[in-house]
Write a protein that binds this ligand. Structure first.
Ligand code: AMP
Length: 222
């Protein structure tokens, strides 16, 4: 099924903890927008007990990026599966390198599509560290919690599916620092790449989540 003729493909870029996932979830509820969460898709691949899965798992636990050719192959399949299901498709956490951005551009040209907007979630490094170290994650339904602002009523238990929450291996303080430095070196160059194409929209990731959601809705209605 092709993407809806008027569907918009948008990208969320920002350091770990910038609130991309939270906004993807909120927009999914408020507007039924569909999303592809690169981290979730790659973690699902990494959880397979194949050699390939183990290789991906090691890279993710170390806070490094998965090689572009693997990401492009996995994400292209995922994009095809979400074809035509929503007026807006959010790519959350993809692309993360210039190589991936170029690969995505080629992929969309092949499908007769183009990116509509790229949202850059700006936050201070100390906010990123604070949010990631307070993050807990449900390994089953993927719901994410922040222990400071959004702790479930029953401590340590997912309010949706009742499973035990875990800390992601890559949310340990030393790995968070590595992920931030990977972001600075490999992902930040994308800001100029998309600014030159007049696609970049900067949003304030420090804002209260509902306020930021309204800013994004406004931009997406444009
Ligand atoms: P996230 O859940 O977005 O913080 O991503 C978790 C991890 O998945 C990252 O630290 C990378 O190891 C991997 N990953 C997610 N998205 C990408 C991507 N676009 N390119 C390469 N690796 C990625």
């Amino acid at each position: 099924m092709p993407l809806l003729p008027d569907s918009k493909i948008v990208v969320f870029i920002g350091p770990p903890g910038a609130g991309k996932g939270t906004q993807t979830e909120l927009l999914g509820k408020s507007r039924s927008y569909k999303s592809l969460i690169a981290g979730d898709i790659l973690r699902a691949e990494a959880s397979k007990s194949t050699q390939f899965g183990q290789r991906l798992n090691k890279i993710i636990s170390e806070g490094k990026l998965i090689p572009d050719e693997i990401v492009l192959e996995v994400l292209e399949k995922a994009i095809e599966e979400k074809d035509g299901v929503s007026p807006v498709l959010i790519l959350d956490g993809f692309p993360r390198t210039i190589g991936q951005a170029e690969g995505l551009e080629e992929m969309l040209i092949r499908k007769g599509k183009q990116l509509n907007k790229v949202f850059y979630f700006h936050i201070k490094p100390e906010t990123a560290i604070e949010r990631n170290s307070n993050r807990r994650y449900c390994p089953v339904c993927k719901k994410v919690y922040n222990l400071r602002t959004d702790e479930p009523a029953k401590k340590g238990v997912c309010k949706i599916c009742g499973c035990k929450l875990v800390t992601r291996e890559d949310d340990k303080p030393e790995i968070i620092r590595d992920r931030l430095s990977v972001y600075e070196k490999q992902t930040k160059p994308l800001l100029d790449f998309y600014r030159k194409k007049s696609l970049l929209v900067e949003v304030d990731g420090e804002k209260a989540k509902n306020e930021l959601m309204r800013d994004l809705e406004h931009e997406l209605d444009d």
